[in-house]
Design a protein around this ligand. Structure first.
Ligand code: ADP
Ligand code: MG
Length: 637
């Protein structure tokens, strides 16, 4: 084989950048290298166990999976070894020379160059294998892929600068040795006590035994000497299988960092054993921060499936609905067969039951936060909402069974607040409805500002009626699927005729009827003038300041949704708007007596209504010309 010769390859540009950043920004947190390498060793053993389900021969005569940490004071090295799946030459090049994570590009564009800020970002991104270079100036990886012969092992080596080398070597056993050649000044890590305490701190939850050479006190030499026996440093029992009272918050958090591939503490978690028809344990976490690939619906999901403590698979997407794709953690089933495959999972009724159970659990956990009387918990919910609210909104249309529950968790900006962050729940909205108000009013627009300034709100402002301001794209999907909450219908203020029901008094109604009568002729003229551009023209009293606005029928696609669809390159159904004009506006009143420029006036009433709701004009140049003509006419030229 020609690959036996040593070959030097360059790192992917991103790896170089990441290495540089890591060495300089994670310096105060160096000990995490050990957590990352042990986490990888554990993952490698999980992968072997999974592949061996269909191919038991992969174990050879070595079926006890374990991790070993050793150090050599003279050589100044630390070695982390595992007998997991190992790496072939190609895999070593691919996995230890590039970053394959989704969101990598976004991550690098988010970097600011400011070390403190970037150190924070790097935490979100996850540091992984490359964290070795924080304390090592040379890293050697010797690995043999399970199933390959002893002379097909690979030796990967790098100084963490621009390149790495690979070479075929011999290795007696399966799995991987990662050898760290420590930088000058990092000798504190060449100490059994120090390494053990790091392992206990970060990796106690790892299910495999993490072994170190035992030591004993030598009275004559007055120092620790090898005892000749191995010592298991961690508890090596599945964290989720222990009873809650035996697990500290610190241990829960460290476990999260391992399963969630995250650097930061989680926001909250739930740990429960479910008994009954289905028996399973769930340990589910909400991250504190949205990952870079949250919007990539194909990105990996975060819940791992175990069967009776045996790892089955990562990111089992069937365990969580899409709208809860940010949840991380573990589900351990007592009933599923060990050789369950992805295909079986797709169909499995058991999995469906587990998914429903997990969804409900997560939603209840969120409810508890949202409804808590404690400020700290409430704060957590607000944080959650800021990070994941838009994703949760998808659930209104996706999870029919839990629709009410999800609707209860939604938060919306409203006319009662000044910023998008001042939000209200539907329950609180109903709680502060005006006397006689029967509907939950909302407006959808492209941005918070556009919603806030929508002309459709004028009458509601005047009467002090709260209107929800919806400006996330997914909001159209929410209101399309949520027609009522707690018996109160949701009503767009830009759809249908304005029916304020009991909120309107007799005098106002009469005045409106009178205006409609009085303007009948004008309305007909405007309609004829605008022709095909409108479905109808009518007098309105939803406006107080603006002369005109556009509305659609209750059952039609809203103007905002039509614009979103168009921007996304999708075909929006052709919906003609209804032009409503404000009889109390001087411009409208004047129009009654306009002869020569009537068509221009009518067109402007229509066009400004389009602009005011964030629409685009069909003929912008025509609009500008009309404005200029009128300006000149006014100045008497
Ligand atoms: P992550 O663990 O999030 O995938 P890492 O940077 O920690 O990212 O590791 C990169 C990849 O290198 C892993 O996904 C895996 O394919 C490979 N790898 C690292 N350590 C080992 C190991 N001990 N055994 C086998 N493969 C490994
Ligand atoms: Mg890793």
């Amino acid at each position: 084989m020609t690959t036996a010769t040593k070959e030097t390859l360059g790192f992917q540009a991103e790896v170089k950048q990441l290495l540089h950043l890591m060495i300089h920004s994670l310096y105060s947190n160096k000990e995490i290298f050990l957590r990352e390498l042990i986490s990888n060793a554990s993952d490698a053993c999980d992968k072997l166990r999974f592949e061996a389900l269909n191919n038991a021969a992969l174990y050879g005569d070595d079926s006890e999976l374990k991790i070993r940490v050793a150090f050599d004071k003279e050589a100044r090295t630390i070695t982390i070894s595992d007998n997991g799946i190992g790496l072939s030459r190609e895999e070593a090049i691919a996995h230890l020379g590039t970053i394959a994570k989704s969101g990598t590009k976004e991550f690098f564009t988010a970097l600011t160059g400011d070390q403190a800020k970037d150190a924070h970002l790097i935490g979100q991104f996850g540091v992984g294998f490359y964290s070795s270079f924080i304390i090592a100036d040379r890293v050697t990886v010797v690995s043999r892929r399970a199933g390959l012969p002893a002379d097909q092992a690979v030796c990967w080596e790098s100084g963490g600068e621009g390149d790495f080398s690979v070479e075929m070597v011999e290795k007696a056993g399966r799995g991987t040795d990662v050898i760290l050649h420590l930088r000058e000044g990092e000798d504190e890590f060449l100490n059994a006590w120090r390494l053990k305490s790091i392992i206990r701190k970060y990796s106690d939850h790892i299910t495999l035994p993490i072994l170190m050479a035992g030591e004993k006190w030598d009275e004559e030499k007055k120092e620790q000497v090898p005892s000749g026996e191995d010592e298991t440093v961690n508890q090596a029992s599945a964290l989720w299988a222990r009873s809650k009272s035996d697990i500290t918050d610190e241990q829960y958090k460290e476990f999260y960092k391992h399963v969630g591939h995250d650097f930061e503490d989680p926001l909250t978690w739930v740990h429960a054993k479910v008994e009954g028809k289905q028996e399973y344990t769930q340990l589910l976490y909400i991250p504190a921060r949205a990952p870079f690939d949250l919007w990539d619906r194909n990105a990996r999901h975060g819940v791992k499936l175990y069967v009776k403590r045996v790892f089955i698979m990562d990111d089992a997407e069937k365990l969580m609905p899409l709208y809860l794709r940010f949840v991380r953690g573990v589900v351990d089933s007592a009933d599923l067969p060990l050789n369950v495959s992805r295909e079986i999972l797709q169909e499995s009724k058991d999995i469906e039951a587990i998914r429903n159970g997990c969804s409900r659990k997560v939603l209840s956990m969120l409810e508890a936060l949202a409804d808590s009387d404690e400020a700290e918990e409430k704060e957590k919910y607000a944080k959650f909402w800021g990070e994941f609210g838009k994703v949760l909104k998808e659930g209104v249309g996706e999870d029919f069974a839990n629709k009410e529950k999800i609707a209860g968790l939604l938060r919306f900006a409203s006319t009662h607040g000044d910023t998008p962050e001042e939000t209200v729940s539907l329950k609180d909205y109903i709680g502060r409805m005006k006397e006689g108000q029967e509907k939950i009013y909302y407006v959808t627009a492209e941005s918070f500002k556009a919603a806030q300034n929508s002309p459709h709100l004028e009458i509601f402002r005047k009467k002090g009626i709260e209107v929800l301001l919806l400006s996330d794209r997914v909001d159209e999907w929410v209101v399309g699927n949520l027609t009522e909450f707690d018996g109160k219908p949701l009503q767009s203020v830009a759809k249908g005729g304005l029916d304020l029901g009991k909120l309107e008094d007799e005098a106002e109604k009469q005045e409106a009827e009178k205006a409609a009568d009085e303007y009948k002729e004008l309305i007909e003229k405007v309609k004829t003038s605008l022709g095909e551009r409108v479905k109808d023209v009518r007098v309105t009293h939803r406006l107080t300041d603006s002369p005109s606005c556009l509305v659609t029928e209750d059952f039609d696609v809203s103007g905002n949704l039509a614009r979103i669809l168009k921007a996304a390159g999708q075909k929006a159904p052709e919906v003609k708007p209804i032009l409503e004009i404000n009889p109390s506006h001087p411009a409208v009143q004047r129009l009654k007596y306009e002869e020569t420029r009537f068509d221009d006036w009518a067109a402007l009433l229509f066009e400004q209504a389009e602009l005011a709701e964030g629409g685009q004009l069909e003929d912008p140049a025509g609009f500008v010309k009309r404005i200029n003509d009128l300006m000149l006419a006014l100045s008497g030229k």
